[in-house]
Ligand binder design. Structure first.
Ligand SMILES: [Zn+2]
Ligand SMILES: [Zn+2]
Length: 238
């Protein structure tokens, strides 16, 4: 009994209690706890875990993928701070692991002089070199961005992301209307979901609807059930 009390004394600060509570919550799922016991501090393969824990490979893979990738948000310095802050707080609501970088200028090498705007395909390629597929890099800008689309060599767009991949960019330039920040949020979640591998969705009310060069954002109400399921599997909080 005495030994137990000594251990309780170690947790005399609220922050320690909260930390311990979070850690215990995370470990409390029986399968996860078993996996933790096997893992210890060594690196083992999924098959090793199966041998020790005795569950199916797909079950364990599911446990492993529930951890969402870190999303690093890079606001470009042209974007109004209050707009960047709004998008950051909205992304944090659905993506648990978010890091915010200090604003930097858009890469000058992505500037397309002929049409006086930035090439989104160049921006996401540059971001990809920076993040090296270690985390997802989301760029936010107010400048006009474009890419090649079908026969159009330089087509103005609201956002572009690899599908799947680790880099995307969203621009507020073409987003109009009194609820433009809500629309900005929808485009941001659309591009982030592309980086998770979600393709366009035929549901006209789903955030993953293909814009096809138009603004249908007011018709989009949420991710549809199918898209939501895929994102939940990636660790999103929806
Ligand atoms: Zn898209
Ligand atoms: Zn959908």
């Amino acid at each position: 009994m005495a030994a137990e009390w000594d251990e309780v004394d170690l947790m005399d600060k609220d922050e320690h209690i909260e930390q311990a509570s979070r850690a215990m919550k995370a470990m409390s799922h029986p399968l996860r706890l078993k996996i933790l016991c096997v893992l210890g501090d060594k690196e083992v393969s999924v098959q090793d875990i199966v041998d020790h824990v005795g569950t199916s490979q797909s079950n364990i893979s599911k446990e492993k993928t529930k951890q969402q990738k870190t999303i690093v948000i890079q606001p470009y310095s042209d974007l109004d701070k209050s707009q960047a802050d709004f998008i950051i707080s909205e992304v944090k609501k659905v993506c648990p692991k978010v890091v915010v970088n200090k604003p930097i200028p858009l890469p000058s090498s992505a500037y397309y002089i002929a049409n006086k705007r930035f090439r989104a395909d160049s921006i996401i390629a540059i971001q990809k070199r920076i993040c090296q597929n270690k985390y997802t890099l989301l760029g936010l800008t107010s400048k006009d961005i474009s890419t090649t689309k079908g026969n159009a060599k330089d087509f103005g767009i609201m956002g572009l992301g690899y599908c799947p991949g680790y880099s995307c960019v969203v621009s507020g330039f073409r987003i109009k209307g009194s609820n433009r920040m809500e629309k900005f949020r929808k485009v941001t979640l659309h591009e982030l979901a592309h980086t998770e591998g979600l393709p366009h969705c035929p549901n006209l009310h789903c955030y993953m609807r293909d814009a096809k060069g138009k603004d249908h954002l007011n018709e989009e109400t949420d991710f549809c059930e199918g898209c939501k399921k895929k994102l939940l599997e990636k660790g999103w909080k929806l």
